[in-house]
Structures are given as C-alpha cells and as structure tokens.
Write a protein that binds this ligand. Structure first.
Ligand SMILES: [Fe+2]
Length: 697
C-alpha cells in the first residue's frame, strides 16, 4: 500500500521542476521504458478519482506478471503527451492484484490533464483524462453526472454512453466535470449460466451478448461461490470479488467513462452483499465477505482515502487487512454498533466517508450508509402477519418508528407487545438501543463538517435517499395512505433521519441538495424536517437517479404484485398483445404522486385530467417527479445561484456498446439558493418525452 507520505516523496519533491518542465520539455525526467510491449497489458483501462485543488488519484491495473510491477505514470496537458508535466515511478503491488493508486499533487488548480501508465516492457495504457478541482475562491459553475446501480448481467452500461455522447456535444459551461457514483457499482449476486434473469415486465431474459459473442455473464466464481441473495450465486472469497470487478471492468462503456472523467464514489450494499449492515446479513456474520469486498473495492475503485492525515475529523483511510472472526451480532452498543472484535475489524478495514471541496461552489459529502448501520426493523412477524392476512401490505409509520427507537420509544417505556394486521408479537427491540444508519462517529463528522463548511452548496452523495417513499394502500381494509414498504432505506431509520433534518433546520443549513440512487427510478422532491408532522417543512431537496441497468422499480414491483393480480393494477397495467394492446401503463407513478384512485384510473386507461382530478394531496406531498419505468442518469448543473438537476431516462439498456442510445424523457428541476429560515422551492425548468406530464406533480 502506498501511503500519503510515500506519495509525497514521489511527487512533492519534484513537483516544482515537474511543472517547470512544461516549459523546458522532458529533460530531467526518467526515461520511458521501451521494448517489445508484449509482456504487460492494462486490460481494465485507467481511472481517476476525487479531484483535489492541486491533484487527483490515478488508477490502473497491470497484467502479465506474478510479482510487483514497476510502472511509470506520465501526466501531460495534451492528449499527445507532447508536453509531459511529470513522469514518475510507481509500483503496482501483487498483494493488490497489481492495481495501483497514485495520489498526484502540486498541479495547477481548475485544469484538465491527460495521463497514461507505461509498463517495464514499454506497453502503454490507454490515455485517461482528468482534472483538478478549482481554487478555493472559484465560483465557476460545475456539472456532476450521477450514476448508480449497474448490473452487468441485466443490461449494458448504455447510460454512460448516452452521457458521453451528450457531453461531447454540450456547450462548454454544461460539460461534465466529474462523475458521482452513489453505489451498487457491482452486484455480488450472479446468475448460473442457465438461470433465467428478469429484466422487463414480462421477466424476459434478453440473454445479452458481448461484442465478442460471449454471453454477458459474470461467470463462475473461482471458489465455486455459495448460495447468495435471491437464490443467485454469491461470492465467498477475495478471489471471487476480484473476479466480479474484472468482469464489470471488461465493459467498454464503463472503461471509457472511467478514462474520460474523474469518478467520486460511495458504495451501497451490493459491493458486499444484498442488504448488508455492518458485517452482517440478518443476524449472521459475513465478516469474511465484508473484508474481501472491502479489499476488492479498495483495489478497483480509486478514492482519496489516504488523505486522512489532512484533517483531524476526516477518518477515511485505505484498506487495512484483518482476520475474519465470524462472531455473533453482540454486544449491541450505542447507535447499534456491534462491539465485538470481529465486526469492528471487518468494518474498520476500510473507511470511505469523506468530503470533496469544489472552490467556493460546493462541498460534496460522500456518506457511507452501510458500514455502521443497524439492521432494518423488518421483523419476521411482519411476514407472518401478511401471510395470515393474505395481503401485500404496507407498514404503519408509527410501528416502524417504535421499533426503530428501541428502548428509547415512548419516552423510555417501549411497549412489550406490538401488533400488525391483527397479529400480536413481542417487541424485539425493547431492550435494544435506538437504531442508526450512519453510526455516531460518522453522524458527528457529517453534522460537524456541514456546519463548518463555507461552500455555497452542500451536496450529499447518499447511497440511499432521505425522502419518504410511501405507498397508498388505503384501498385495502388495513392499508394506509402513507404506508411504508422499503425499510432498507431511510424509511427504516426514521429516528436518525429526524435527528439529521432537525439539525439541518436548527443550525440554519440552507442550500442542501441530496443526490442519490438505490431505488432504480427517478424521483425528485423535498426532504421534510418531519414527514409525520402536519407542518411539513422542507429542509433539503433530493434527486434520486434511475439505475444504469439493474431492473427498474416498475419491473421489480410488477414481479412482486403479479402474485396478487387484484393489487397489481395499482402498479402497472399491461395490455393484451393478442388483441392488439401492447401498452404498459406504469400506474405506480400515479400511486406515489397522487394516491390509489389516480393509479386505478391510470391502469384503466382514463384520461390524464381524470387521474389528476382524483389526486389525493396527502399522499407523498414531498414528491414532485416520479418515473418508475426508467433507466438512466442525472446531470447536476451547479451555479452560485441555483442547482438544476436533469433526470435523463434512456431506453431499456439492451443496445450493444457502439450503438446509439435513445433518450425517452428528460426532466430538469431547479432550486434557487436559500439560507437560514427560508425554504427551498423546486421549479420544473424542462420536461420532454413520453408521458412526462403524468410523472410531474
Ligand atoms: Fe441497486
């Protein structure tokens, strides 16, 4: 592992003359190795990450040797490397599968550079392009492309291709400066060769092929894997996780995007295991997977973690190897931290929460909502109650709040018995601490840094969004208007969410914009200080971007609700192709925006004015835009005066790399800067494409 000190030795000592060499040519720089170039190669391309005011992180992986490999890295202003600014030696250690992370410093701020790696035999990597952050006083507008949820087996990474095609034609002030990836960079649950996948509403398996004619599958894990989430194969060893990243990084669109822009990443669950919390799934320790997944993320996802010594409250650090211990989920400490050595070593092996400063314009906070969270309050009794009631039912917010609060519920007097759908059960949380998504240390860091930041905008890069995602199932006898369904996101952690939003308001944070993913659908709206209060006061705005290629939310809900056709119409209506109908109407958008009556009308093909006429304003009042039948990405255009986020819906990602990607919809909402006790006001500034009016409130 290369420490910051080593890197400073590599770069800082020569930085002055390295920059000077821009004028004097490459004299004084080490000679470039030359040779036949047939031993080494760079099959996963290059990448860069986390622009700093004077530098960035560069990454590659070199193949072709058993041991450590000494590489040269060159940085130039021009793509032809006619003017090399610096050339330095770096080692790609075998310990990390010959991946290398290089922190380059002492470059001028606010500029683009080109870089490449050269192997000992003269082999040269593809050329990458990256940039430094602007200087501290800069207010120059910036553009952030936001991505999430790329499932290699279930679609091509066309979203990157669409973004790059649009960016090539964009006006200079709209060109993308960095890519924010908010998680599910890989999916650990992979298919066997012959298992059917599901992609669209008919659960069709597109059997996607690669350009070389091979089936687009991750393929067998080296260890043979183990039974994973959703009956798919899961990884077992570090070699398995490495195999996963190598398959993903074979994708030409992903390689091209990583070579063309600096990436800034946090993770969600699938980098490790579906619904992972700390180093557990449900109550089973998976700390061997947490350690292996953490190491593989460190190896393949560059990030400026080793800047930890730059600030006392910046805890991020590079991977620290540890032994797996597989200890039970106890003892449970404050903020639901499992305080045993096995868990603490596993989650402590890599710390990725950090912030990134972009001049005066914004500070971007990369939040880790996975490594320190407690288990969601999705207790087994819910499942039993639903089976007995024969009902696909939502959960009352008060019940979730009570479970979430643990022993602090009802002023420290939690009830012994709870009930749901008429089924009574023991309160499993009554002796446990209040739950946490962030953990105490990260929460203190986040609130402290938000308060200390003097940047105009505070952008949150969240693996799961803060907005409530309620369902109106009040058409059923025991349903409710704003019932909860997804407890793996912030809806399952309402106590800490309110703690954050109350602090946002009490400390007068304005200009707070959350950029997130995870839901596999586009959504835009407000984060309320208290979603249960009648005085619904927005304290932030949130933009949730659709998935790159993981199944979209409509397809997932279609799969779930198909088992109960009477319910399915509230989510979608599918025409019968045998009588010439082929239309799929995503009534789920209406369900979330306007409630069950609008959804029912939508599924029956009623005119738009009827749907709007039946709208219930009490359902998800914070949501302004919902597109559940979406794949795509977002572009945040940040200026001192406002933040405009364009949510781009692309066609189903089944077009081969190299083919054009149709854009189906484009919606942009903008929020003007607000301070102190003012409230944010979202305005629609662009809306085009099929059925777009039905998706906007
Ligand atoms: Fe996902």
């Amino acid at each position: 592992m290369t420490t910051r000190r080593d890197l400073l030795r590599l770069f800082v000592g020569t930085a002055g003359c390295a920059i000077l060499s821009a004028c004097t040519g490459v004299d004084g720089l080490p000679a470039v190795p030359t040779g036949p170039g047939d031993t080494f190669s760079f099959p996963q391309g290059v990448a860069s990450a986390d622009p700093q005011v004077d530098g960035f992180i560069l990454w590659t992986r070199v193949a072709g040797a058993e041991g450590d490999v000494d590489l040269m890295v060159e940085i130039a202003e021009d793509a032809d490397f006619a003017t090399v600014l610096t050339r330095k030696a770096v080692t790609a250690p075998a310990q990390y599968l010959n991946t290398v992370r290089v922190l380059v410093t002492d470059l001028p701020s606010g500029q683009w550079f080109h870089y490449r790696f050269i192997a000992p035999d003269g082999s040269v990597s593809r050329t990458g392009r990256t940039r430094t952050a602007p200087d501290a006083a800069s207010e120059k507008p910036a553009n952030i492309a936001v991505f999430s949820c790329q499932n290699y087996e279930q679609g091509y990474f066309s979203a990157y291709r669409a973004m790059m095609e649009e960016d090539a034609a964009a006006r200079p002030e709209r060109k993308v400066d960095l890519v924010l990836h908010v998680g599910d960079f890989v999916y650990e649950n992979v298919r066997e060769e012959d298992t059917k996948g599901w992609h669209d509403l008919n659960w069709n398996d597109p059997r996607l092929m690669n350009a070389d004619g091979s089936l687009r599958r991750v393929g067998g894990y080296p260890s043979g894997g183990q039974p994973g989430a959703f009956d798919y194969k899961g990884p077992k060893t570090l070699e398995d996780y490495r195999h996963l990243y190598l398959a993903y990084l074979s994708d030409p669109d992903l390689q091209a995007a990583r070579a063309a822009y600096p990436f800034v990443q946090t993770w969600d669950d699938h980098e490790i295991y579906n619904d992972v919390w700390q180093s557990f799934t449900e109550d089973r320790s998976i700390d061997e997977l947490r350690l292996a997944g953490n190491q593989a993320w460190f190896e393949f996802v560059p990030a400026a973690l080793s800047l930890s010594d730059a600030g006392s409250d910046h805890h991020a650090h590079d991977f620290v190897p540890a032994e797996a211990a597989a200890m039970p989920a106890e003892p449970v400490g404050e903020d639901f931290l499992i305080e045993n050595d096995g868990n603490l070593a596993a989650i402590g092996s890599l710390t990725i929460y950090r912030s990134l400063r972009w001049g005066c314009l914004f500070e971007l906070f990369l939040v880790d909502g996975r490594s320190y969270r407690g288990p969601p309050p999705d207790v087994p009794a819910f499942r039993m109650a639903r089976i007995m009631a024969r009902q696909f039912a939502t959960l009352p917010t008060e019940l979730i709040a009570e479970l979430d609060a643990g022993r602090t519920a009802n002023g420290g007097a939690p009830r012994e018995k709870l009930s749901y759908l008429g089924v009574e059960f023991d309160n499993p949380r009554r002796d446990l601490p209040a739950n946490s998504m962030l953990g105490g240390r990260q929460r203190d860091w986040l609130l402290g840094r938000l308060e200390a930041s003097d940047a105009q905008w505070k952008l949150l890069g969240l693996n799961v969004g803060l907005m409530r995602h309620a369902f109106d199932d009040s058409f059923s006898p025991k349903g409710q208007k704003n019932g909860l369904y997804w407890l793996d996101g912030w809806d399952g952690f309402p106590g800490e969410r309110t703690q954050l939003t109350t602090a946002f308001r009490a400390r007068g944070f304005g200009n707070l914009v959350s950029l997130t993913g995870d839901r596999h659908m586009h959504m835009a709206g407000y984060v309320f200080e208290d979603f249960d209060s009648s005085d619904q006061r927005p304290v932030a705005v949130e933009f949730c971007g659709a998935a790159i290629s993981a199944p979209n939310r409509l397809a997932i809900m279609a799969g779930i609700t198909r088992r109960d056709p009477s319910y399915a119409g509230y989510f979608f209506h599918q025409g019968n192709p045998e009588v010439g109908e082929n239309l799929i109407r995503p009534s789920m958008d209406q369900l979330m925006l306007h409630g069950h009556e609008s959804a029912r009308l939508c599924s029956e093909g009623a005119p738009a004015e009827d749907m709007l006429g039946a709208a219930d304003p009490a359902v998800n009042p914070h949501l302004q835009y919902v597109d559940s039948d979406a794949f795509g990405y977002m572009i945040a255009h940040v200026t001192p005066g406002d933040v405009e986020v364009q949510q781009v819906t692309i066609a189903e990602p089944v077009s081969l790399p190299g083919e054009a990607v149709p854009i189906l919809r484009r919606v942009a909402l903008s929020v003007a800067a607000w301070v102190g006790n003012e409230q944010p006001d979202l305005r629609t500034v662009q809306a085009s494409g099929a059925d777009v009016d039905l998706k906007l409130k």
